[in-house]
Design a protein around this ligand. Structure first.
Ligand code: RP5
Length: 168
């Protein structure tokens, strides 16, 4: 049984951006728990979640937030687990605020930051899988098959485009 992945977000308004992460983990059969926990609105609950995550079977925490996004850093401050930050576009700054808040962690407490929004959510889940796959051979095999399937889909698209525009 794989260790679980936690997906935490600062608000339920972030949820649509995180759906690709949930879908990706489901596809790769990695158990996950999805929570709304805010570093500034519910700091005690967020800290408690991070402090107890490892003993509750989590192996990675994905933390998503918009604005002055400090949720991922707060999770990292309270846990030895690897933390992946997903910046969310939630303000007129279109996620640049969250990107910089999440990625610019001072040395000592890292947050592995991915792209803003849905693209980042997908990659956060894949990165979590890669981390867990280091100690889980069955998961490593599923991940390798998933990568091969992506490659095959690109080859199919390439063939379709070449059929439509044959080399002259
Ligand atoms: C952040 O503030 C959340 O992560 C969200 O991206 C943003 C806006 O939250 P709501 O006002 O929609 O609850 O803490």
């Amino acid at each position: 049984m794989s260790r679980k992945v936690a997906i935490v977000m600062g608000s339920d308004s972030d949820l649509p951006h995180l759906e690709p992460a949930v879908e990706t983990l489901k596809r790769l059969e990695v158990p996950c728990e999805v929570r709304v926990l805010s570093a500034h609105r519910t700091p005690e609950e967020a800290g408690e979640f991070a402090r107890t995550a490892a003993e509750r079977g989590f192996g990675v925490i994905i933390a998503a937030a918009g604005g002055a996004a400090h949720l991922a850093g707060a999770m990292a401050a309270h846990s030895l687990l690897p933390i992946i930050g997903v910046p969310i576009s939630a303000t007129p700054l279109n996620g640049m605020d969250a990107l910089l808040s999440t990625v610019q962690m001072p040395p000592g407490i890292p947050v592995a930051t991915v792209a803003i929004g849905k693209m980042g959510a997908t990659n956060a889940a894949l990165l979590a899988v890669q981390i867990l796959a280091g100690a889980d051979e069955a998961l490593a095999a599923r991940f390798a098959a998933d990568r091969a399937s992506m490659k095959a889909k690109v080859a199919e698209k390439d063939a379709a485009v070449r059929a439509r525009y044959p080399a002259g």
